[in-house]
Design a protein around this ligand. Structure first.
Ligand SMILES: *[C@@H]1O[C@H](CO)[C@@H](O)[C@H](O)[C@H]1NC(C)=O
Ligand SMILES: *[C@@H]1O[C@H](CO)[C@@H](O)[C@H](O)[C@H]1NC(C)=O
Ligand SMILES: *[C@@H]1O[C@H](CO)[C@@H](O)[C@H](O)[C@H]1NC(C)=O
Ligand SMILES: *[C@@H]1O[C@H](CO)[C@@H](O)[C@H](O)[C@H]1NC(C)=O
Ligand SMILES: *[C@@H]1O[C@H](CO)[C@@H](O)[C@H](O)[C@H]1NC(C)=O
Ligand SMILES: *[C@@H]1O[C@H](CO)[C@@H](O)[C@H](O)[C@H]1NC(C)=O
Ligand SMILES: *[C@@H]1O[C@H](CO)[C@@H](O)[C@H](O)[C@H]1NC(C)=O
Ligand SMILES: *[C@@H]1O[C@H](CO)[C@@H](O)[C@H](O)[C@H]1NC(C)=O
Ligand SMILES: *[C@@H]1O[C@H](CO)[C@@H](O)[C@H](O)[C@H]1NC(C)=O
Ligand SMILES: *[C@@H]1O[C@H](CO)[C@@H](O)[C@H](O)[C@H]1NC(C)=O
Ligand SMILES: *[C@@H]1O[C@H](CO)[C@@H](O)[C@H](O)[C@H]1NC(C)=O
Ligand SMILES: *[C@@H]1O[C@H](CO)[C@@H](O)[C@H](O)[C@H]1NC(C)=O
Length: 764
């Protein structure tokens, strides 16, 4: 009869499925099998792991689990004329089971599938699995397995899937895995294998998937990969293998996903992929490929991702790319593509990254945020009409003036050691250039393997208690390449501090703690960190560390900090798509004396004036247009003559300076509101005039006062540092003077008179 009894999974319960003769009490698990299972459960410290001879047909094994991954057991009860059951499938995924994998698995000789992925097993892979002569699937992704793969695994002639990704296995790949002629999937990425891929693997003609990212494999990419004609997916990212990609690859006509990156060796032209019409994801990044992008890419009509970045491709961007109807992402960044940028690119709705190429003619493109990133793609000799962000090295469009940079990567504005770290909260990623302020910009490239919707801002989703500065609590990350640019910086030597904290893994004894993130960092084109592993360097997760680089020179006006994923580390822990360079904050300070002029406190001027005069000018202009500015005979050019030397403050800064407008700091009440004394984070003493509300009168007063005082350099007058417009707050920030001039300038009726006087002086 062989009726199937399925005890269905309720979230959180382990279920035993039995191919059982319903109603018969004759079906039993043999006694030795019961004992073996009991022994295994005991060793795994498996709560409720009760088992007896009727377990396949009665009740269920109820186990509390912390993760629901569809774990269950399956019995086949059709043996001996439907009287005997055997366990054939054991799926125990995401339970964080610890210790070594019990040898006793090898006694369950009827097993066909074993999946122990995402647990916390350590020790070596038991040789006893070789006794399972009907085993087809052995999956142990995301554990702590160490040592080398036992030779005995090569004796499981029935094996079709071997998944040992994301472990700590070492040593050479066993030669005799080449005997496993039934193997379809072999996933060994993110281990620490060495040596070359054995010649015998050329026999694995049934392979559909071969993945071995991130191991330190050496030698050439073997020619015999051409024998894997059934291959559907090939991943060879970050392996240390040498190019060129062998010509035999042309035989892999069924490939839908091909990922090769960071090859060593010599350069070569584009490999022949002409017959791969089923290709959906083609990634050949940093593979030393020269020459043109072949036209036959057009025939890959299912193509979703094309990544040919970091090669030496030349010639124009082929027009055929616009015919790829299913394409979502194209990355051609860091090549030597030339010619004009076709119009279709500039109007494309796809994510296109063409940054860092060698285009020659100007285009109507501007430095805007869009899905199309053409950052720094034009040679610096290009015409002046080319926007600055498209020119090589991002030359400063005006006079360079910055000499410090503080960014809270992936986070909100924060203060640390009296420096204000700017916010960096843009959520865009795959091909993004964001100009965040006039001081800095960032560029992010890439799409996460196996999880295209993964985020570009790191989240501390497991409630880690992150120590150290506030900025360690957040971070920005990218699947591929992340660049931060300091813009319009003065020439000279700087100290760069990069702050890192791993916040995406846990610090408990679960598989979620087993992630390994590795990336490289270059500053000004020079590699300063290789295979950098935050967690290892910091000694754990949630711990901030800083890497300091003392003599970074800016010869032009741009500082470039580049973080790059070279294919190493895990990318499926805690879940697929967690990997890539991650950074918490950036601190750049000058190694030279800065002449701030005028004898004013350096911090005050720099921190403030640089901010955004534009805000004030724009405000002025709007108010002027709305008629709030009075003086109807004053002309535009006169307004422009104001040459505002003012900066912009945040309300937070001012609240901090005045102790949240503490009454104790109030030094007077002017015609339009109170005045407070305050101290900025750099020690500069200020007077803050608070205009009660954004009333019409207030605006007029505000603008008059900014316009007037900022334009004045008269010694007896107080210096206006800047302003703040936030919510209904209008605030003016002045230099604080002890003597009467402050009072004269800030209080009472004198304002109108002074305005008038200086209006005459300036505008007549
Ligand atoms: C056998 O174990 C099952 C759970 O696996 C339980 O429901 C059943 O009551 C047990 N039977 C005996 C006879 O102990
Ligand atoms: C499974 O165990 C949980 C807690 O141990 C209990 O609340 C629940 O009722 C059990 N379910 C079954 C079907 O035995
Ligand atoms: C057992 O687990 C596998 C893999 O997770 C799943 O595909 C299958 O549906 C599960 N069976 C039952 C009855 O839950
Ligand atoms: C198998 O079982 C059926 C009924 O349960 C019986 O008729 C048949 O003779 C059995 N066959 C053998 C080989 O025992
Ligand atoms: C199970 O295997 C171990 C060795 O792996 C062996 O010592 C033991 O006798 C076996 N137990 C049974 C019940 O077969
Ligand atoms: C292995 O599979 C074959 C064919 O399915 C079967 O006849 C044999 O009994 C199985 N052996 C074991 C030990 O499971
Ligand atoms: C290879 O795969 C085919 C079809 O999937 C299968 O029929 C054949 O038996 C496999 N070859 C080996 C050696 O397992
Ligand atoms: C890989 O193994 C080498 C020694 O063979 C060791 O030095 C290195 O740290 C290991 N790397 C990783 C990522 O485990
Ligand atoms: C690849 O296949 C060809 C023909 O099937 C065979 O001659 C060659 O030996 C194979 N290469 C390897 C390394 O198995
Ligand atoms: C890779 O191997 C090379 C040479 O064997 C060695 O120098 C290097 O340190 C290894 N890298 C890693 C990450 O293990
Ligand atoms: C390629 O895939 C098709 C269907 O997807 C299949 O019919 C064909 O046999 C495959 N070719 C090879 C060489 O495996
Ligand atoms: C960029 O193009 C110019 C000519 O337009 C050429 O002189 C230069 O060599 C090219 N640079 C690269 C890196 O290809």
């Amino acid at each position: 009869m062989g009726k199937i009894v399925s005890v269905f999974v309720v979230l959180g319960f382990l279920v035993l499925n039995c191919f059982a003769n319903f109603g018969s009490h004759a079906q039993r698990l043999p006694d030795d099998e019961v004992q073996t299972l009991q022994s295994i459960f005991r060793k795994l410290n498996f709560r409720n792991g009760q088992v007896n001879q009727t377990s396949c047909t009665e009740g269920s094994w109820n186990v509390t689990i912390d993760d629901s991954n569809g774990s269950n057991f399956t019995c086949d009860c059709t043996y001996s004329n439907n009287t005997v059951c055997h366990v054939t499938v054991i799926l125990l995924k995401g339970f964080n089971l610890a210790g070594v994998i019990p040898e006793e698995f090898g006694n369950l000789t009827f097993l066909q599938e074993v999946d122990l992925s995402r647990n916390y097993f350590n020790g070596s892979l038991p040789k006893s699995f070789a006794r399972l002569q009907n085993l087809t699937k052995l999956l142990i992704l995301g554990n702590r397995l160490s040592g080398s793969i036992p030779l005995e695994i090569g004796d499981i002639s029935t094996l079709e899937e071997l998944v040992l990704e994301d472990n700590q296995l070492v040593g050479p790949l066993p030669e005799n895995l080449g005997n496993l002629k039934s193997l379809r999937r072999i996933l060994l990425s993110s281990n620490n294998f060495t040596g070359s891929i054995p010649e015998s693997y050329g026999n694995l003609k049934n392979l559909t998937e071969f993945r071995i990212d991130g191991s330190n494999l050496t030698g050439r990419i073997p020619n015999f990969i051409g024998n894997w004609t059934k291959l559907d997916r090939l991943d060879l990212q970050g392996t240390s293998l040498e190019g060129p990609i062998p010509s035999t690859i042309s035989q892999l006509k069924n490939l839908t996903e091909l990922r090769i990156s960071d090859l060593k060796g010599s350069s070569s032209s584009f490999p022949n992929l002409q017959d791969m019409k089923k290709m959906e994801r083609l990634i050949l990044r940093n593979c030393l490929i020269t020459g043109r992008i072949p036209e036959y890419i057009e025939d890959m009509t299912d193509l979703k991702i094309l990544d040919l970045s970091f090669n030496q491709l030349t010639g124009p961007v082929p027009g055929i790319l616009q015919n790829l109807k299913k394409i979502d992402y194209i990355f051609l960044t860091n090549n030597s593509l030339s010619g004009t940028l076709p119009d279709w690119i500039l109007t494309s709705e796809k994510n296109l990254d063409l940054s860092y190429n060698n285009f020659t003619e100007s285009s109507p493109a501007t430095c805007r945020e869009s899905r199309v990133n053409i950052l720094s793609s034009f040679s610096s000799t290009g015409s002046n009409s080319v926007s600055w962000c498209l020119k090589k090295d991002l030359p400063c469009p005006k006079e360079a003036k910055h000499y410090s940079l503080f960014i809270n990567c992936g986070g909100s504005p924060t203060e640390f050691e009296e420096n204000d770290y700017e916010e960096d909260l843009n959520t865009q990623g795959p091909s993004n250039f964001g100009i965040v302020s006039d001081r800095w910009a960032y560029s992010s490239t890439g799409v996460y393997v196996g999880n295209e919707s993964s985020k570009y801002l790191a989240a501390n989703q497991y409630g880690l208690n992150v120590s150290g500065a506030e900025y360690y609590k957040t971070a920005r990350l990218a699947p591929q390449s992340l660049k931060y640019y300091g813009l319009c910086m003065l020439k000279g030597s700087y100290t760069v501090k990069l702050h890192f904290a791993e916040i995406m893994f846990t610090n408990d004894q679960t598989y979620k703690s087993l992630g390994k993130r590795m990336f490289d960092v270059s500053i000004q084109g020079k590699q300063v960190l290789k295979d950098f592993d935050i967690m290892e360097e910091a000694g754990g997760v949630g711990i901030g560390i800083t890497r300091e680089f003392k003599d970074v020179s800016v010869n032009g006006s741009t500082m470039e900090i580049h973080l790059y994923w070279a294919g190493k580390g895990t990318n499926a822990i805690p879940y697929r798509g967690v990997y890539g360079p991650l950074i918490s904050a950036i601190t750049v300070t000058p190694n030279f004396e800065v002449d701030t002029g005028g004898g004013l406190s350096a911090g005050a001027i720099v921190g403030i004036v640089a901010g955004s005069c534009a805000v004030v000018i724009i405000l002025l202009f709007i108010l002027w247009r709305l008629g709030y500015l009075g003086g109807k005979n004053v002309e535009d050019k006169e307004l422009r003559g104001l040459d505002l030397q003012t900066g912009y403050f945040t309300l937070r800064q001012i609240k901090a300076a005045t102790n949240n407008f503490d009454a104790a700091n109030k030094i007077g009440e002017g015609g339009f509101g109170p005045v407070y004394k305050g101290t900025l984070s750099d020690g500069a003493v200020i007077a803050v005039k608070q205009l009660s509300s954004k009333s019409k009168q207030g605006n007029r007063e505000f603008v008059n006062e900014i316009g007037m005082i900022s334009a004045l350099q008269h010694q007896n007058l107080v210096k206006l540092y800047g302003c703040c417009i936030e919510g209904n707050q209008l605030l003016l920030v002045y230099e604080y003077l002890e003597n009467n001039s402050l009072a004269r300038a800030l209080f009472g009726n004198a304002i109108t008179k002074i305005t008038y006087t200086f209006s005459l002086h300036l505008w007549n």
